[in-house]
Design a protein around this ligand. Structure first.
Ligand code: BGC
Length: 411
């Protein structure tokens, strides 16, 4: 029997754009119209149905929930803030508090207001002051109800998909722009970190816990030969730790810039270097079928021990870790439970070896809009019928609920 600490945070995560529906002022909404991809439309109608969804989370014994604030609702036009939308998010957070569910609030989860993107988005230096103005507006009102903040979700994924591979808006393929966006996102986080802390001090509130959600992967060398091992290590340094290191060493304000580390973990990459070129160093994977393992419905390898390996690499930061996302899209709900179970086992293994983990948030509470992949992939503990918007609690959710209730994972 495995017993997690009594004050462990247990729950699930969502992001505004993926569940709310009707986010007409977001850049992604406009991109959907021209990209020919599936439209997010009403998504899960969570904007209206959040009370019902939180009732289910409460019944499933969740004591924490990660959500995001949609910037384009709060500031649909530059400098014009919507009090009505702010009030909506206050209500959402109070609805969680009423159910004894700790909110973990993300300020930026991939989408931007249209006006922001149209005027250059994250490439522009002034993106930082614009983001801070929005953070200031939101934090001043939400501070009394929120202890945990995520400033930016998965900067590395956002940068690579939107500015290197060009598969997300604004579909750029430019290393120069990617570098500028990286610097601006890092600066946005560091400044937002200090701003949030300052607001709490001013309001005489206990200090908040602020972080980013960093996407990590296990980079596994295909064979034990030196070139694959070195490549896997370099990718780990660059992809998993690069942004974190940048934040920690940020030159403008050389003070603390994170209170915990938010980690999103899904899968592994089997590394096989085919040519000694920069592109190959960054991208080459083994296409052979000899690394057999189960996969999710998008074809990603399921590799729970990778989470343990990554945790060991994070020890050097000496900060608590919160798993802000870990999950599987699948039509096989038994596999979903197996995924959760095996990942929890490896988390516990790392905890036994001194890694300080404070919470586990499954991705996602609901089936939802999986960005450029549309509504096909089913990540939810709770299934959503997109025609009727009926929710169905899955068996895996009930099994996970037992762990949330007792803190015990039976072997
Ligand atoms: C993102 C989510 C996404 C999930 C599954 C994470 O990269 O934060 O928005 O739905 O992974 O792909």
């Amino acid at each position: 029997m495995i017993r997690f600490p009594f004050n462990f945070l247990w729950g699930a995560a969502t992001s505004a754009y993926q569940v709310e529906g009707g986010n007409t002022h977001a850049d992604w909404w406009h991109w959907e119209k021209i990209s020919g991809k599936e439209r997010s439309g009403a998504a899960c109608r969570h904007y209206e149905m959040y009370e019902k969804d939180f009732d289910l989370a409460q019944k499933l014994h969740h004591n924490a929930h990660r959500l995001s604030i949609e910037w384009s609702r709060i500031e649909p036009e530059e400098g014009k803030f919507s009090h009505k939308e702010l009030k909506h998010y206050i209500d959402v957070i109070l609805a969680l508090r009423k159910r004894h569910i700790e909110p973990v609030v993300t300020l930026h989860h991939f989408t931007n207001p249209v006006w922001f993107s149209k005027s250059g988005g994250w490439v522009r230096r002034r993106s930082v002051t614009r983001f801070l103005r929005y953070c200031d507006y939101v934090t001043r009102s939400l501070a009394p109800y929120v202890r945990y903040w995520i400033t930016i979700n998965e900067p590395t994924i956002y940068i690579s998909h939107a500015y290197i591979f060009g598969v997300w808006p604004p579909q750029s393929q430019s290393y120069l722009k990617a570098t500028m966006v990286t610097e601006n996102l890092a600066s946005a986080h560091v400044n937002a970190y200090h701003l949030i802390h300052k607001i709490y001090k001013r309001l005489y509130l206990p200090a908040p816990s602020v972080s980013i959600s960093q996407n990590v992967m296990a980079f596994v060398p295909c064979t034990k030969n030196l070139k694959n091992r070195v490549t896997a290590y370099l990718r780990h340094r660059l992809y998993n730790l690069g942004f974190l290191d940048r934040i920690m060493r940020h030159k403008i304000i050389p003070r603390k810039t994170m209170d915990f580390i938010g980690i999103n973990y899904y899968s592994r990459q089997v590394v096989e270097l085919k040519k000694f070129r920069v592109g190959n160093l960054a991208m080459d994977v083994c296409d052979n079928k000899h690394h057999r393992c189960e996969k999710n419905s998008l074809g990603w390898d399921i590799y729970p021990q990778g989470l343990y390996d990554v945790f060991v690499g994070l020890k050097k930061y000496k900060l608590p870790i919160m798993i802000t996302e870990n999950g599987i899209c699948t039509d096989d709900d038994d596999l979903r439970w197996k995924y959760i179970y095996t990942h929890l086992k490896h988390i516990y293994r790392a905890m036994k070896e001194g890694v300080h983990v404070v919470g586990y948030l499954y991705w996602s509470l609901l089936d939802n809009f999986e960005w450029d992949k549309g509504f096909g992939p089913r990540f939810g503990l709770i299934g959503v019928n997109y025609k009727t918007h009926k929710r169905t609690v899955r068996r895996s959710a009930r099994k996970f609920s037992k762990v949330c209730e007792t803190g015990i994972l039976k072997k």
